[in-house]
Design a protein around this ligand. Sequence first.
Ligand SMILES: [Zn+2]
Length: 238
Amino acid sequence: MLFRSALSALKRLLFPAICPVCGKSLIEAESFLCIECTISAPFTNMWRQRDNALEQRFWGQISIERAAAFMWFIDGSQWRELIHSFKYHDHWYYAENIGYWLATEFSRSDFFEGIELIIPVPLHWRRKLSRGYNQTEHIAAGISRHTSIPYSFSTVKRRVNNPPQVHTSYVNRWGNSSDIFEVIKPKELRGRHILLVDDVCTTGSTLISLAKTITKACDGDVKISVATVAASRHIAKI
Ligand SMILES: [Zn+2]
């Protein structure tokens, strides 16, 4: 035991772990982020607020139970860089850590009550192949690890390979026809309360489209909640 902790201390000395937000070396008690960043993150606190800005985004579009983003997505912020690093630069393990952290905080409220299955927003197979992973699956896995709610990566697929920066009018065009996504196994969703998971919500159009597709495939016999790592501050003004 003593040998193992000495080895761990030596490893930290030779290869210091770095906080991906501020770049500071982590101490032994810090496993992913430094304590200062953990405390000062731009939390939305939406998981404690009914009728929050993200839930309002769905009003008049599709019926949902709860919706919450963990943080605000702020241009120029180091948190934005962290999200980009797990989204585009192979740091998928940050996505799982953030998912676990999100679940830890959301669990301090009643947000997860009644949720039976987690479904990450799917990537088109071509994009997943070129990126090597789907970051939302890792966020979902992190949430599942904390909550013990199971996840499914194979119930829904993306039929349309959207451009990375999705233009609202483009999504609306597809979203209105609910053709971006396809439910492969509707029986697995019918009668259940599902949590849709995404990384960043900028306009909400992708999540609305996915929620519409699932609701239609289940003939309305489904409950849907939404959790995202971040949301644009503009979401309240759309
Ligand atoms: Zn830090």
